[in-house]
Design a protein around this ligand. Structure first.
Ligand code: SAM
Length: 226
């Protein structure tokens, strides 16, 4: 393993720009290069904090192609920070592949603690948080029914990411597999101006969100099977 840390995974705010740690800011100022999922989105954040470092794009469409070149640069001594558009890299975002390759090549890495959407959603749900499963996004088409069927048997609290336009449909499918009385929680726009958390049965939450167009970013939390 290399002596110095060469890759830092740095969490960035999920809405509120104040949600970045002092250590994250220091690391972003120290590294040679910042790898960003979307250089325009991250450019705004970095500008806000007056961080002026070379930005390179690293996203799901180029990660397989660029990872070998990055490993070569690490071996030549470069230090880099990986950031995603929001939250913690590698959590429903690019990162896993680079981490795996760094470990395979004995390149020392650190993941800084910081913002991620599923933790505040889980805590605000009031559902058991001692054991939970993070499912990320359900498959859109193929495999969705199979996942839902398996999740219906899950005894731990379930955390899902979902897009706003699919929320009501997803709640309908959860009702189909888990029953309308299953306790759940939907958090929308966490840390932002219009943050909202609706707790209740799956049916109550579905009725609530059916009232109008759902906007913003969404985390669904569902009680485990009792
Ligand atoms: N890496 C991120 C993390 O650590 O949470 C997740 C990135 S994933 C591409 C984006 C999804 O995260 C959104 O569709 C939504 O489900 C969830 N998300 C991100 N920010 C959120 C917020 N402010 N409020 C609610 N959900 C959010």
């Amino acid at each position: 393993m290399t002596e110095k840390t060469q890759l830092y995974l740095v969490p960035t705010p999920i809405g509120n720009l104040e949600d970045i740690t002092l250590r994250s800011l220091n690391i972003l100022k120290q590294v040679d290069v910042i790898l960003a999922e979307d250089t325009r989105t991250s450019g705004k954040l970095l500008k806000h904090y007056e961080i002026n470092k070379p930005l390179r794009s690293y996203h799901i469409f180029n990660e397989h192609k660029t990872v070998d070149a990055l490993i070569t640069q690490f071996k030549e001594g470069s230090t880099m920070a990986l950031i995603s558009d929001a939250g913690t890299p590698s959590i429903s975002d690019p990162g896993f592949l680079l981490v795996r390759e760094c470990l395979a090549n004995n390149i020392k890495l650190e993941c800084l603690p910081g913002p991620t959407a599923f933790i505040p959603a889980l805590v605000k749900s009031g559902l058991p948080s001692d054991k939970f499963v993070f499912e990320g996004f359900l498959p859109h088409k193929k495999g969705r029914q199979t996942r839902l069927k398996a999740l219906a048997e899950e005894e731990r609290t379930i955390v899902l990411y979902e897009s706003p336009h699919r929320l009501v449909k997803a709640l309908g499918q959860l009702i189909e597999y888990m029953g309308e009385d299953r306790q759940a929680s939907v958090s929308r726009e966490l840390t932002k101006l219009h943050e909202e958390t609706k707790n209740g049965t799956l049916q109550e939450i579905k009725t609530h969100f059916e009232q109008g167009t759902v906007k913003g970013e969404i985390v669904i939390v569902v009680d485990g099977k009792k």
